[in-house]
Ligand binder design. Structure first.
Ligand code: ADP
Ligand code: MG
Length: 673
């Protein structure tokens, strides 16, 4: 259908088969349905005009690579100028005295009217280009809009009418979904926008329904997997009793949900969601204890070495009391250390391993792995989750500090059971948050001094530099030096950034943790999970560069002890969105609330690092615009799953077969060339 060269170019757009092509949806549309007379034309109009060409086309070549073709054309209401650049074919095609339909963007200066590079068709031809609604596709080098439209048209002509409808009638009528052939035709070449909207609704619904069904299916197939049946242990109550604090009701509730999973025959696949500071770690530790008391090993995986170290330091002594041996395994351990730990894991000398992903990738062989806890889920994709559990059949507990609205949680974690710690430990004072301008800088520094004199500590977070960790590190160094010499001189200032070696970071964090460093200047490396309860001031430079998720995480670094804490957002931008974000931060402290607000503000594609969650890429759905449809699709999926329609009924079987094909990544395997 297309040549080899073009086929290769299409492949760059992810188009390899006819199925890929007809599901390569327009990113926008151009409305060419408007027609006007010359006298009605206004500057900026995009419309078609019927015109008689009044002069021969003149060619002009001011520079070697530039040729300009001009002519004059008119109707009974006036005349206009037509200009083409570098379109050599114009000369033979536009003939004086003939009538054509021209379409393009009108430029009008006083009585002078011009259309540059108009598209045109013979007056008597079947109009294709100068009328209707034209799709606009995302392109790649060597593929033009017009060419892609033509190929798309040909592809549709081949398949439309032959595509099997997989959506059961019941669903189509319940949710008012158009038929599949109609929908594919009209999404590309609608006669009007309402046709396009109907077509789009059907296709979006299908896409979201497939995703939901797929996740539910995954969940169900996991639910069938048998796992380890742990026994309840009395020591658990003793351990909880010995804690320096009382568990919150929410922590109890979530632990009970975990225990129920762990003591059943089935494999646990549970996500624990909880805002920063809600006390997820201890819940995980209790689960780990249960696993080890049952004679199994457990792993606690975290995204960064700093976190691994921190968790190790807090967990190790708690478990040690019960004779449990915990080891830290991170990428920066020496080869020999790693070998020793791996031996210990293999021959069951070690019970609990706290570590980074290095664990996952390496050749670690467990003697008897019973439980995997992964913290800060947002760095793990769906795929890694699957890989992890396929290694053996341990119970899986995923912890995330990223509060996301329930609808989204269902998309991201539809394959997991979800527990929410929806309560903070008592007596937490909400962090007082202020968004201020540059003019407050000196007052902020005085405030930091005062707090340090009172014995507290502070964080100062440097501007985010997206492009380069080097520039970011550079900026952090400059700021730290300046503070040391001038604004905060006399205080002990530490610096930490992403370009430092692990050991350096580690020792700085330790000094901050034990109070030797009073003010920590840092890039966002402290974002996740760091716990220094004595720190009570968080200053964020250029706060407008951070997303709400990050700001919320950063703010979560303070307010972790008994001291009243403060978060000061220095914001230079007068930009409206930035302003709204600052307002949200000063008004709300609840992460779930903030994530909802964030979603209203910018759409879920960006919120709370949803991309990093391993959100599948959609061909047509847009989670922000299509939130209502998403809810309907979720309802439909749950309904189908609940009534086991996929198994029982003929009409749903088709849907299911299609689903499994989609999940295997197979659409129509018709080669393009
Ligand atoms: P996160 O949910 O952000 O991971 P952590 O597990 O790090 O939170 O807990 C934050 C702090 O709160 C820790 O210092 C922890 O010891 C403390 N904490 C946890 N649960 C409670 C509780 N029920 N009462 C008081 N403090 C608690
Ligand atoms: Mg934590």
């Amino acid at each position: 259908m297309v040549g080899k060269v073009k086929a290769q170019k299409l492949a760059r757009l992810g188009i390899e088969t006819i199925g890929d092509l007809v599901t390569y949806f327009p990113r926008d549309y151009e409305d060419r349905s408007s027609e006007k007379k010359v006298a009605e034309l206004m500057d900026g109009d995009e419309c078609s005009v019927f015109l008689t060409v009044l002069s021969d086309v003149t060619a002009n070549r001011p520079r070697p690579k530039l040729s300009i073709y001009k002519t004059i054309a008119g109707d009974d209401s006036g005349i206009i100028n037509l200009v083409w650049f570098n379109q050599t074919y114009i000369k033979g095609r536009i003939i004086k005295g003939n009538r054509y339909i021209f379409y393009g963007k009108v430029k009008k200066r006083g009585s002078y009217i011009e259309i540059t590079n108009p598209i045109f068709e013979d007056e008597n031809a079947v109009r294709k280009k100068t009328t209707g609604i034209q799709p606009i596709y995302s392109l790649t080098e060597g593929i033009s809009q017009n060419w892609l439209r033509m190929v798309q048209r040909n592809a549709l002509d081949l398949v439309i009418g032959k595509i099997t409808e997989i959506m059961p009638d019941e669903l189509r009528s319940k949710y008012s979904l158009t038929e599949v052939n109609y929908s594919l035709e009209k999404i590309h070449f609608p006669s009007d926008f309402s046709e396009k909207d109907k077509a789009r609704k059907r296709l979006v619904f299908e896409e979201l329904l497939m995703l939901q069904l797929g996740l539910l299916h995954l969940k169900k197939s996991q639910a069938g997997v048998s796992g380890i049946k742990f026994e309840k242990k009395q020591e658990i109550a003793r351990f909880i009793n010995d804690l320096p604090f009382r568990l919150t009701n929410a922590q109890y509730k979530v632990y009970n949900e975990i225990e129920k999973d762990m003591t059943s025959e089935k494999q646990m696949n549970r996500l624990v969601q909880g805002d920063v500071g809600s006390g997820k770690t201890i819940v995980a530790v209790i689960a780990i204890l249960l696993a080890v008391l049952n004679g199994f090993q457990a792993v606690f995986m975290v995204p960064t070495e700093i976190l691994a170290e921190q968790h190790f330091r807090s967990i190790e002594p708690m478990l040690n009391k019960y004779g449990i041996k915990t080891a830290l395994l991170t990428g920066s351990a020496t080869k020999k250390e790693k070998e020793l730990i791996k031996d210990g894991i293999r021959n069951r000398e070690l019970d609990v391993i706290v570590g980074t992903h290095a664990l996952l990738e390496g050749d670690v062989v467990f003697h008897s792995l019973g439980l995997v806890v992964t913290d800060a889920q947002h760095r793990f994709g769906v795929k890694q989750r699957a890989e992890l559990s396929s290694k053996s059949n341990p119970d899986i507990l995923v912890m995330t500090a990223t509060p996301i609205p329930r609808t989204l949680a269902l998309i991201l974690y539809g394959d997991l059971d979800i527990s929410v710690i929806d309560e903070l430990p008592p007596n937490r004072k909400p962090v007082e948050t202020y968004a201020v301008g540059e003019n407050m800088r000196q007052r902020i520094y005085r405030f930091i001094r005062k707090k340090v004199q009172e014995g507290r500590q502070a964080y100062i977070i440097c501007p985010l530099v997206e492009e380069s960790e080097e520039i970011e590190a550079e900026a952090a160094m400059t700021l730290a030096r300046k503070l040391e010499k001038e604004d905060l001189n006399g205080l002990s200032i530490g610096l930490i950034h992403g370009k430092m070696k692990y050991n350096e970071k580690e020792s700085i964090m330790r000094e901050f943790s034990n109070g030797k460093i009073q003010v920590l200047v840092s890039t966002t490396v402290v974002e996740v999970g760091v716990n220094v309860p004595n720190a009570c001031v968080m200053v964020v430079e250029n706060a407008e560069r951070f997303g709400l998720a990050q700001l919320h995480q950063l703010r979560g670094r303070v307010g972790r002890g008994e001291h009243q804490s403060y978060c000061i957002l220095i914001c230079k931008s007068r930009n409206e969105i930035a302003g709204k974000r600052m307002e949200i931060m000063t008004k709300y402290t609840d992460g779930f609330k903030i994530s909802e607000k964030d979603m209203e503000l910018r759409g879920p594609g960006d919120i709370f690092g949803v991309r990093q969650h391993g959100l599948p890429e959609f061909k047509i759905a847009n989670l922000y615009e299509d939130m209502e449809l998403l809810k309907e699709a979720q309802k439909a999926a749950l309904d189908i799953a609940k009534h086991q329609k996929l198994e029982g009924r003929e009409d749903y079987k088709k849907l299911y077969r299609h689903l499994s094909e989609v999940f295997r990544g197979k659409m129509q395997e018709v080669a393009l060339n």
